[in-house]
Design a protein around this ligand. Sequence first.
Ligand code: AG3
Length: 281
Amino acid sequence: MMQYLETLHGPYGQYFAVERELYRDKTDYQDLVIFENKIFGKVLALDGAIQTTTRDNHPYHEMLLHVPLLAHGDAKQVLIIGGGDGGSLREAVKHPLERAVMVEIDSEVIDLSKRYLPELSDGAFDNPKAEVVIADGCRYVAETTDRFDVIVVDSTDPIGPGKVLFTSEFYRDCKRCLNPGGILVTQHGVPLLQADELTDGYRKLSALFDDVTFYLTVVPTYTGGAMTLGWATDEPRHRKVPLGKLEERFAGLGIETHYYSPAVHQGAFALPPDVQRLLTK
Ligand code: AG3
C-alpha cells in the first residue's frame, strides 16, 4: 500500500496509509492530492501539507468561523480568503448573514473538492448567501469597495500561493475592507513548530489593530499540538462577550457542532505561557 508523507515541517511529519488515491496533479498554483485513509476519511493535501480531512476538519472550520461570528453578534457580510474546499463556507452559511463571499485563487481546488470531497462543503456552494470569486485574495482586498463585518483567512501555510497572506500589506488591506468593529481571523500554524511565524504575525497585526491575540484549536492532522488562529479587531469588547450572551447567540443558530461550544470559545483565548511568550512586539 502506498503512503502519503507530509513534508511541511521538514524534520518531523506524519504518514497516512493511502487506501485509495482519488486525484493527484499539479494545478496552476500547487500540487494537489486527494486520497482516502482508514482513520481520517478523505484527505486533501496541497504542496506536501495536509489541508483538511473529512474526519477532523470540524475543530478547524468551526473555530475559524463561529468564534468571530458569534463574538461579533451582528455580522451581515463575511469574507473568506482561500478555503477552496468549502469547509469554511459551510460553517459561515449557518449564520444569519446577508452574504458570505469566498475568494479563492485556485479554481481547481474548488472544482476537485466539490467532486471528490462534497462532504466538506455539504451544499454550501449552492447556498443563496454564498458568492464565490476566483481571484487573488491579496488583490481582492486591495481593490474591492465592499465592506465586511468578519474576514476569515483560511489559507495554507506561508509557502507557495499562501505566502502573501501573511504580509503587512495584506493585513492592512483587510483592515480597509472591515466595517467599524469588524474582526479579522487568520490561520496561524502550530506554535510548537512555527513559533517565528506566530511572533511575526503578532507584530504585523498589532501595528494595525487595537486588540490582537491568538486563540487555540486542536486539529490532529495539523501535527505538533494545538494550532493558533489569529484575532485582530479594533473592538476589544468582542473578546469579552459574556458566556450567557454567547450561549444565547449560539442557541439562536439551532445547530449541532462537533467542537465549538460557547465555553470552548471562551477557553480558547487562554494561552499557555509558552505560547503567550511568543506574542512580543
Ligand atoms: N488550511 C490550513 C492548513 C494549515 C495546515 N498547517 C499546519 N499543519 N501547520 C486548511 C484549509 C482548510 N479549509
